[in-house]
Design a protein around this ligand. Structure first.
Ligand code: BG6
Length: 469
């Protein structure tokens, strides 16, 4: 008899969102202002802002039922820090905010969906920025630990999987995302502040890892890291090295810190070359070692093809030494993200080479496009192609020996894109609204919803079979 090929039993088939991108109710029930609110308000003449978003806050039950019907085994979402502590570090938490996440967690439990909870996804409370500059100040470390401790106490018995910080390297390379003033500071000053913030986030995260292990021994915790997966544009050593440097700096540094508990030497050298000297006390070194991750959360979308610039300064900032290249043989989204599924298998194998046996949770993976509702339907063939091919490559990686435990594509429902508003849709569920018109706000299942439903129902076996023919 031929053995049926499928995903490992208990594999977490899920989907993802984040608070400011779906909740709306940005100024309701005591929630404080966040950097995400302020950034999106600045662009409100161009695109939707966080005020109403896709109104998940008022549609919890319906949305969770859609998750259930899809067959989701896990749901990755984030808690808005400012819904719990409106200013980030208030003495008293906001009761309505606390209740909202209890309702969500209870609904998930009733429907057998495992929550995967991100603590901080791009929405730093403005209160912390106004008080002391946010992550740039060391005070942020204690405030993040205080917030995490509160979450562990309040929700610890309902949550097994925790994620600390979403895409730290992205917010560090776009530092206005954490409230750093990029207009009135010199480039060097911005770089320095961003790197100090980066360091504080890493220390805070390590403390939270340790706290979780001490307080919730049955829970698992990890970071959610943006994994670019850089590929060289040519086989020239300079391009190979450019790709390596980009992955090292953008992705592996943070993975090393989370998994190995240490900052790699090349990163420190790069900072020093840029004139940035971060004092690392003995105590900080110990903190990083004592608090390491149980798994790696990885946000993976596409590969990034790079080339070393013809002229560059050896000691300049790595991002200034390289240029991105478009591969004409690959399909791209309207926003320039390619479809390169083998890249995912390659990426996962590289993780296993570097961090053998550390479980990997795919916390984001998705395809964006402009979409129209036609007679209540959305025919998103490209998203189906994207899902199908990536899931198959993920399966091959698992066969190769990579311990992938979850797949949470981005996104469960159409979201407010962090950079491009509402017209850049990612969801399996369509929301009938556009950037400037809230329309009916009704939810519609896209073709990809039905496709993914079948993948989950068959634990991937039908999809694997299709490729094996
Ligand atoms: C990731 C973020 O960087 O990519 C998400 O964690 C984001 O919040 C997603 O939405 C896609 O990026 P964008 O800019 O297209 O929304």
């Amino acid at each position: 008899m031929i053995e049926k090929k499928e995903f490992p039993q208990g594999f977490l088939w899920g989907a993802s969102t984040s608070a400011f991108q779906v909740e709306g109710a940005a100024f309701e029930d005591g929630k404080g202002l966040t950097v995400a609110d302020v950034r999106s308000a600045k662009k409100k003449d161009l695109q939707m802002d966080t005020t109403v978003s896709v109104d998940h806050y008022h549609n919890l039950e319906e949305d969770v039922l859609l998750m259930k019907e899809l067959g989701m085994k896990s749901y990755r979402f984030s808690i808005s820090w400012a819904r719990i502590f409106p200013n980030g570090n208030d003495k008293e938490p906001n009761q309505k905010g606390i209740e909202f996440y209890h309702s969500l967690l209870d609904l998930l439990k009733e429907n057998d969906i495992e929550p995967i909870v991100t603590m901080f996804h791009f929405d730093l409370p403005m209160g912390l920025v106004n008080q002391y500059g946010g992550w740039v100040s060391r005070k942020s470390i204690d405030d993040f630990v205080y917030y995490a401790d509160f979450l562990f106490t309040e929700y610890g018995d309902k949550v097994k999987y925790w994620l600390t910080i979403n895409e730290q390297s992205v917010i560090v390379s776009m530092p206005d995302m954490i409230g750093i003033d990029i207009e009135n500071n010199s480039k060097q000053e911005v770089l320095k502040k961003a790197q100090i913030a980066n360091y504080h986030m890493s220390i805070a995260q390590a403390k939270v890892f340790k706290l979780c292990h001490d307080k919730l021994p049955n829970s698992k915790i990890g970071p959610a890291i943006s994994y670019l997966t850089a590929l060289p544009a040519t086989m020239k050593s300079s391009d190979l090295f450019a790709a390596k440097q980009l992955d090292d700096v953008h992705s592996f540094t943070l993975m090393d810190i989370a998994v190995r508990g240490e900052i790699p030497k090349y990163y420190k050298v790069m900072l020093e070359n840029a004139g940035i000297f971060i004092e690392q006390s003995e105590e900080d070194i110990k903190t990083l070692k004592e608090g390491t991750a149980d798994f790696l959360g990885v946000n993976w979308y596409c590969t990034t093809i790079v080339k070393k610039k013809e002229h560059y300064e050896e000691r300049s900032w790595i991002y200034d030494q390289i240029e991105m290249i478009k591969d004409k043989d690959l399909l791209y989204t309207d926003w320039g993200w390619n479809l390169d599924p083998v890249g995912l298998r390659y990426a996962l194998q590289r993780l296993n080479d570097r961090y053998p046996n550390v479980p990997v949770m795919i916390t984001e993976c998705g395809w964006s496009q402009k979409e129209q509702l036609e007679d209540g339907k959305v025919h998103d063939e490209l998203r189906i192609k994207y899902l199908k091919e990536h899931i198959y490559q993920m399966y091959l990686a698992i066969e190769d020996g990579v311990n992938v435990i979850a797949f949470n594509p981005w996104s469960f429902i159409d979201i407010l894109s962090s950079s491009d508003g509402m017209e850049k849709r990612y969801g399996l569920v369509y929301v009938d609204r556009d950037d400037f018109d809230e329309k009916s706000m009704k939810r519609y299942k896209k073709d990809s919803y039905y496709y993914y439903q079948d993948v989950i129902k068959t634990n991937g076996s039908t999809l694997i079979e299709e490729f094996s023919k």
